[in-house]
Design a protein. Structure first.
Length: 313
């Protein structure tokens, strides 16, 4: 069992001792350690059971720190980063040598982000190094949105989880980078595409799953152990009558057993906050499988649908 509390001093002590801790952010909880030390990064990969080809995001306390770790930043990318940081945006920039190769899995670019969470920001300001932090779940599983989620799966492997409450965004950050002077979104996430395009114009979305540039796009990522079937809930209910099913609904509350309704008023922000915890609840229940439906393909609905499709793949 890990200690769970909101004591920044304990977090600082652990991190200064090269330990890895649970870290709250506005998107999902991270598994954080000193990003400038290869041995700490190696421990993160080990705890998460993450393949070494899947690089880690480096968390900073402010935009001013970007130059310390990267070079040749595209003007538009920095504009975007400044507009939405701290917040659910991660940018890819050519790294300087101070960032160990293990962090980027040997890639030239490093992923940077400034989490919009008061405890995480205070912590980052008080330590003298940036934090490498993937989502604090075993590789391939649903991301954690509470300290308890982290404890449930990784509590035996870490000593401390900094408790920052429920995540307010609920899905991971949007990852953006440039290739041949064109903006590309590698992962749909907590920052809506519409907001990005308002700032820098049309972006390409790489939905492809085999690109090593963002292995988080692996098709079977974010998946619960139980089978997830996506479709028309009314129809799926008829077809699965004799089975014990879990339901994650959005448009309508069927008021059935084992049904979790994403949002009373069809609010995408609320749906994003709930999606991962609902998948976890049903995955840990005795239902045979989970049925769900796609949300509107706009705003946060796109990121949620992306996660649902992967959960159902
Ligand atoms: O919201 C988030 O981004 C959360 C919180 C904890 O900050 N973190 C997160 O990390 O989701 P992770 O490791 O679960 O997902 C990061 C994704 C991975 O798919 C990884 O492949 C991609 O970012 N990534 C990291 N560094 C990269 C790089 N240098 N080039 C391309 N993709 C990278
Ligand atoms: Mg992850």
């Amino acid at each position: 069992m890990a200690l769970i509390s909101n004591d920044i001093q304990i977090a600082i002590k652990q991190l200064n001792a090269d330990k890895v801790i649970g870290l709250p952010t506005e998107t999902v909880y991270g598994l954080a350690g000193n990003a400038l030390k290869s041995n700490v990064a190696a421990r993160i990969f080990e705890i998460k059971n993450r393949p070494s080809f899947d690089p880690l995001i480096v968390h900073l306390s402010s935009v001013d720190e970007v130059e310390k770790y990267t070079q040749n930043a595209e003007i538009d990318l920095m504009k975007l980063f400044k507009s939405f940081s701290p917040g659910p945006i991660t940018i890819l920039l050519p790294k300087k040598n101070i960032i160990p190769d293990i962090i980027t899995s040997g890639l030239e670019r490093v992923a940077l982000r400034i989490p919009n969470h008061p405890l995480a920001l205070e912590l980052l300001q008080k330590i003298s190094f940036p934090l490498a932090a993937p989502s604090a779940n075993p590789f391939g599983y649903v991301s954690p949105t509470s300290a308890q989620h982290v404890e449930n799966q990784l509590g035996k492997k870490i000593e401390y989880i900094l408790d920052g409450g429920q995540c307010t965004v609920g899905v991971e950050s949007t990852i953006v980078g440039f290739e041949n002077e064109k903006p590309i979104v590698y992962r749909l996430g907590g920052l809506e595409i519409e907001k990005i395009e308002k700032e820098i114009g049309k972006v390409e979305i790489r939905q492809s799953s085999s690109k090593p540039s963002a292995p988080g796009m692996l098709i079977n990522h974010y998946a619960p152990k139980k089978k997830v079937i996506i479709g028309n809930i009314d129809q799926l209910l008829v077809e699965s009558k004799s089975k014990k099913i879990g339901i994650i609904s959005y448009y309508k509350n069927y008021k059935l057993n084992n049904e979790l309704h994403l949002s009373k008023n069809q609010n995408l922000t609320e749906a994003a906050q709930n999606i991962f915890s609902y998948l976890r609840i049903l995955d840990n229940s005795d239902v045979d499988f989970i049925i769900t439906e796609l949300l509107p393909e706009v705003g946060l609905g796109r990121a949620i649908n992306d996660r649902l499709r992967r959960a159902g793949a």
